[in-house]
Design a binder for this molecule. Sequence first.
Ligand SMILES: *[C@@H]1O[C@H](CO)[C@@H](O)[C@H](O)[C@H]1NC(C)=O
Length: 150
Amino acid sequence: MEVKLTLLVVSLLVSAVVGQLEVQKCKKGAIPNKLEIEGCTKAPCQIVNGQNLRFKAEFTNPKATKTLTAKVIARVAGLIIPYELPAEHRDGCKKLTNAKCPLADNQSVEAAGDVPVDSPISNVKANIEFQLHADSGIAVCFKIDAKIVK
Ligand SMILES: *[C@@H]1O[C@H](CO)[C@@H](O)[C@H](O)[C@H]1NC(C)=O
């Protein structure tokens, strides 16, 4: 019993479950309170190269901000693979569904939308980091394991 509890605590420290999806924390930024990725209820998510990834997230914006800028970093075997979010997908304010920028301290917001998947390689396991930059640093960030398929 004690061993089980210890294991549970350890796994909670390493990763966190939001909704049903298991995500990892980044060095900076809070993880979303809730996250849904269409077609994925359990990591690693299968991500189809060349298609859009639909997501829905709820998070608490820690510090008042006028802007939210999304950034995606994909890693394969620990190496960053080049990926630039197209300009029309970088403005996080445009993905908010229950609020408008500017946002207040600790405001609860919901976001939803599409992220185009465009990887130079397929059939690899990747770790995808999503960052949402506010005026004063990274507000929200999480990493999720994925498999990029054709
Ligand atoms: C926001 O939340 C933090 C942590 O719970 C708290 O310390 C801070 O006072 C809150 N700010 C406002 C404006 O409510």
